[in-house]
Every structure is written in structure tokens, then in C-alpha cells.
Design a protein around this ligand. Structure first.
Ligand SMILES: NC(=O)c1ccc[n+]([C@@H]2O[C@H](COP(=O)([O-])OP(=O)(O)OC[C@H]3O[C@@H](n4cnc5c(N)ncnc54)[C@H](O)[C@@H]3O)[C@@H](O)[C@H]2O)c1
Length: 253
């Protein structure tokens, strides 16, 4: 066991798939009780059932992060079940439809910002209310290489992911002396269902993007889960407001 989260409680949004799933699993295997939250309640339940069947502690919570009251209820259910909240990975997110800025529909801009930025803010809001009361906790927000750089056709997504870093840094400063650390992970191109969809629908654009990855391969969801656990654990107690690129060298150029 690389990390030890025995007696800790972790909440993962978007926990039914991809990096959220890998992180929920990693937390559970490291001893944490895990709340697996997702808009797809059935898939979240399946993940929680599997974790429990493997001897771990887990619950599923159906939650659309764009619904602030559902987010409040998600945090309340986690605390009602396990008594506290030590770690949260705010990971739920969607890719935007590839469109150049002049043609981007405002509904699409709102959809992506509502999930990827406002939804994440609302998760932080209710998690922080619990952590502030406890005087302890760690939050990792899922940004992206899109939090550092632009990619043509992805204005809404990259705006949201840049925004995630602004929220992360601000909250990190607000709670730095209260035992609460807030950081962000910035994945590169990771082999998840989200990217599988992009590979099928936008093969040429994805090929071009892949050519720019120094590591010349996709990352794995587990390669994101491990740094997320590190950012939540005792190895990173002086790391605050940091945006950790985990991208096979993409943003080093
Ligand atoms: N895959 C990549 O290459 C990549 C790179 C950088 C950042 N990211 C970010 O990582 C995060 C996870 O992506 P992934 O690749 O694992 O994708 P994924 O599609 O495999 O998983 C995303 C999960 O989020 C859930 N979700 C979507 N909308 C939601 C909502 N409104 N409320 C609650 N849950 C919702 C989905 O049901 C799904 O289970 C996202 O924030 C994404 O933007 C992904």
C-alpha cells in the first residue's frame, strides 16, 4: 500500500468512470471510506458495490454537480455516513464540442462552464464548510493541461480549466492557516472513456494532439490517481494552491 488513508474519509465526484473511478479505487485500497458520487447513479452504485465486495468501505451518491442543493446533500450524506470528510477529489467534468470561438454557441459555453467550473466551485463550497469546522482536510481539483495552455476549438473547456486554477489558488490562500490544503491536478491526455470518445469522433485532431506529447503515449487513470492521493496525504503537507501537471511533458514545451 503506497498510501495510508486508514480512518480517513474521501469523496470523489465523477467517481463512476475514468480518473474518478481509478482514484476512488486507490483511496479505498489505501484504507479510506469512499463516497463515489456521479451524475450516473447506477454506474456509481456499481463501483461502490465492487469496492464493498472487495472488502472496502464505500457508498454511492447520485449527484449532478450543477445542482447546488444536490451537491450540499452529497456532502451531507458523506458526513452522515462516515462522520467526517478528510479528502475530496473534485473531478466531475465534460469535454466541450470542438468549435472555433466565433462559432461557439452560448448554450454550449454555459453547459461546460456550469459543470467544469461552477459545479466544482459548489463542491468546494460545501466540502470546505465541513473541513473548516473540523480544522482539517485536503481538496484536489481536477483542472487539465487546458488550465495552462490553449488548444484551438476548445475555448469553453480551457476557460473552465483555467478558472479551476483561479478557484484553487484563492481557496488555498483562504484556508492555508486552518489545516486545509487545496491543490489542483492538471492531467494531460489520459486514456479514459472521455478521450476514447474524442479519438473516435475527432481522429485527426487527436492524432495532432498526440504528436505533441513528449512521452509519446496516453497517460493512464492510475497515473493521475496516485498524485491525487499524494496531494491529499502526509507527503505533501507544505504543498498549497499548486497546479500539478501530470501530462507526459505536454506543457513543458
Ligand atoms: N481524459 C483526459 O485526457 C483529461 C485530461 C485533462 C483533464 N481531464 C478531466 O478529468 C476529469 C475526469 O475525466 P475523465 O477523462 O475521467 O472522463 P470520464 O468521462 O471517463 O469521467 C467523467 C465522469 O464525470 C461524470 N460527470 C459528468 N458530468 C457530471 C455532472 N454534471 N455531475 C456529476 N458527475 C458528472 C460522468 O458521468 C463520468 O462518470 C474531467 O474533469 C476532465 O475534464 C480529462
Amino acid at each position: 500500500m503506497a498510501h495510508d488513508f486508514t480512518n480517513h474519509v474521501a469523496l470523489v465526484t465523477g467517481g463512476a468512470s475514468g480518473m474518478g473511478l481509478a482514484t476512488a479505487k486507490a483511496f479505498a485500497e489505501s484504507g479510506a471510506a469512499v463516497a463515489v458520487a456521479d451524475i450516473n447513479g447506477e454506474a456509481a452504485q456499481k463501483v461502490a458495490d465492487e469496492l464493498v465486495a472487495n472488502g472496502h468501505r464505500a457508498i454511492a451518491i447520485e449527484c449532478d454537480v450543477t445542482d447546488e442543493m444536490a451537491v450540499k446533500a452529497m456532502v451531507e450524506k458523506t458526513v452522515a455516513t462516515y462522520g467526517r470528510l478528510d479528502a475530496a477529489f473534485n473531478n466531475a467534468g465534460v469535454q466541450s464540442i470542438a468549435t472555433e470561438t466565433a462559432d461557439l454557441e452560448s448554450q454550449e459555453f454555459d453547459r461546460v462552464l456550469d459543470i467544469n467550473l461552477k459545479g466544482l466551485w459548489s463542491c468546494m463550497k460545501y466540502e470546505l464548510q465541513v473541513m473548516r469546522e473540523q480544522g482539517s482536510g485536503a481538496i484536489v481539483n481536477c483542472s487539465s493541461l487546458g488550465g495552462f495552455v490553449g488548444v484551438p476549438g476548445r475555448g469553453a473547456y480551457h476557460a473552465a480549466k483555467h478558472g479551476v486554477l483561479g478557484l484553487t489558488k484563492t481557496a488555498a490562500l483562504e484556508y492555508a492557516d486552518q489545516g486545509i490544503r487545496i491543490n489542483a491536478v492538471c492531467p494531460g491526455i489520459i486514456d479514459t472513456p472521455m478521450v476514447a470518445g474524442m479519438k473516435t469522433e475527432e481522429t485527426e485532431a487527436m492524432d495532432l494532439l498526440m504528436q505533441q506529447v513528449p512521452a509519446r503515449r496516453l497517460g493512464t487513470a492510475e497515473e493521475i490517481a496516485d498524485p491525487v492521493l499524494w496531494l491529499c496525504g502526509p507527503g505533501s503537507t507544505f504543498v498549497m494552491g499548486h497546479a500539478l501537471a501530470v501530462d507526459g511533458g505536454y506543457t513543458v514545451r
